[in-house]
Design a protein around this ligand. Structure first.
Ligand code: ADP
Ligand code: MG
Length: 346
C-alpha cells in the first residue's frame, strides 16, 4: 500500500518533470529552429559594387562580419587600382614590387587563364581601362594614338612574375577587376567553413556563391539577369548544387558618346569594347576566381571559341546573343530553365 503510494507519487512527479522537459524542449526547439532558419543578412558597397550576404546556421553573425572585413581589407590592401595603399596601386606606380604568396597565386591563375584564352582575358588591360575610365564620370572614347600606345603595354606575356616579385613592361598597368570579386567569393567560402555555416548565398555584383544546401530544400535556384532588362529582371533560372556563378554583361557599366554605347569589357587585341555578338555570358565553376575571369574571357571570345576554354576548366556556360538566342553547354542543359518567352534556347 505504502509502496504503491510512493510509486504513484513518484510517477506523478516524474510525469510533471517530463511534461516540463518536453515543453522546454519544444520551446527551445522552436527558438533553435527559427534562429537556424533566420539568416544573417547584410549588404555593403565595396569593389565598385554591392556585396550581399545571407548566411544560415553555424556562427553566422561572426561569418558575416568576417566576410565584410575581408572584402574591405582585400580591396584596400591588395586588389584596388585606386587605393594608394594597395599592392596593385604600388606595383602600377613603380612598375614593380614584391608580392605576397596570395597575390602570387592569384596572378599565376590570372596568367594561366590569359594563356588559355589567347589573351582574351588579360590582367595587363589596365593601361586601356585607365584610358576609357568606363564606370566613372571621366569615361570617354580615347584617341587612336592613345589606344595604340596602351595596346603596346597590354600583353600578359611581358609580365615577369616570380614567387616573390613582379616586374611590369613599359607603361604596363595591372587591372584585377575581372577576377577580384570572384576571388572574394573564394575567400568567403573559407570563412563560412571556419564558422561551421550550413548554407549561404554571397553575391558580389555579377558573381555569386551558393554554399551548402538550399535551406528551403532541393537545389539552389539562381536567377540569371536579363541583359536587356533592369537589374531585377531575369531571363532564366539555373538549378545548381554548391557552386560559383559569374556573369559578364555589356549592361553592367557603359556610357554613350555621339549616339554609340561603349561597355566595360575590352578586347585586348583592339583596345575597344569586345564585340563578339554576346550581350552576356554566365560561367558556373567550382572556384569563384575562375568563374569570374572565365566569364570575362568568354565574353571577349564569343560562344564558339569559348567552348574549349570552358571544357579545359571543367566549367559550364550560358551565352546570350544580341538577338536573345541562348546557348548552354551540355553539362547544364537540363538545369537551365528559360523564364522569358522572347529568349530562345538553342
Ligand atoms: P564586372 O566587373 O562587371 O563583374 P567582369 O568580371 O567581366 O565584369 O570584369 C570587367 C572588368 O575587368 C572591367 O571593369 C575592367 O576593370 C576589367 N577588364 C575589362 N576587360 C578585360 C579583359 N579583356 N581582361 C581582363 N580584365 C578586363
Ligand atoms: Mg569577370
Amino acid at each position: 500500500m505504502k509502496k504503491l503510494r510512493i510509486s504513484s507519487k513518484t510517477y506523478k512527479i516524474t510525469s510533471v518533470i517530463l511534461t516540463v522537459a518536453i515543453v522546454a524542449a519544444a520551446i527551445f526547439g522552436i527558438v533553435y529552429f527559427s534562429s537556424r532558419n533566420n539568416p544573417y543578412e547584410e549588404s555593403f558597397i565595396a569593389m565598385g559594387t554591392v556585396f550581399s550576404v545571407k548566411i544560415y546556421g553555424g556562427d553566422k553573425e561572426k561569418a558575416g562580419e568576417q566576410i565584410k572585413e575581408a572584402v574591405v581589407k582585400y580591396e584596400d590592401e591588395l586588389l584596388s587600382k585606386n587605393s594608394e595603399d594597395s599592392a596593385i596601386y604600388k606595383i602600377n606606380e613603380n612598375g614593380e614590387g614584391e608580392i605576397s604568396e596570395e597575390l602570387y597565386e592569384l596572378m599565376t591563375l590570372s596568367q594561366q587563364i590569359s594563356a588559355d584564352s589567347d589573351g582574351a582575358y588579360d590582367m595587363t588591360v589596365g593601361a586601356l581601362t585607365g584610358l576609357w575610365n568606363i564606370g566613372t564620370e571621366d569615361a570617354r572614347v580615347p584617341s587612336q594614338e592613345e589606344l595604340s600606345q596602351a595596346l603596346k603595354a597590354t600583353d600578359y606575356k611581358s609580365v615577369s612574375l616570380t614567387e616573390t616579385s613582379i616586374t611590369l613592361a613599359q607603361g604596363q598597368q595591372i587591372d584585377l577587376g575581372a577576377i577580384g570579386k570572384g576571388y572574394m567569393c573564394d575567400k568567403a567560402t573559407e570563412i563560412l567553413k571556419a564558422n561551421g555555416v550550413e548554407s549561404a548565398v554571397i553575391s558580389a555584383g555579377g558573381s555569386v556563391l551558393v554554399y551548402g544546401k538550399n535551406p528551403s530544400g532541393g537545389e539552389w535556384k539562381v536567377g540569371i539577369r536579363d541583359p536587356f532588362g533592369t537589374s531585377s529582371d531575369i531571363f532564366s533560372a539555373l538549378s545548381v548544387e554548391e557552386s560559383y556563378i559569374s556573369t559578364s554583361g555589356d549592361y553592367e557599366r557603359a556610357f554613350t558618346e555621339n549616339g554609340k554605347t561603349y561597355h566595360h569589357i575590352l578586347n585586348p587585341q583592339t583596345g575597344y569594347p569586345a564585340d563578339s555578338g554576346l550581350s552576356s555570358v554566365t560561367v558556373i565553376s567550382s572556384s569563384g576566381a575562375l568563374s569570374d575571369a572565365l566569364s570575362t574571357a568568354c565574353f571577349v571570345l564569343g560562344y564558339e571559341k569559348s567552348l574549349p576554354l570552358l571544357e579545359k576548366y571543367g566549367a559550364e556556360g550560358i551565352f546570350v546573343t544580341h538577338d536573345k538566342q541562348v546557348y548552354v553547354t551540355d553539362g547544364i542543359k537540363a538545369s537551365v530553365q528559360i523564364t522569358e518567352e522572347d529568349f530562345t534556347l538553342n
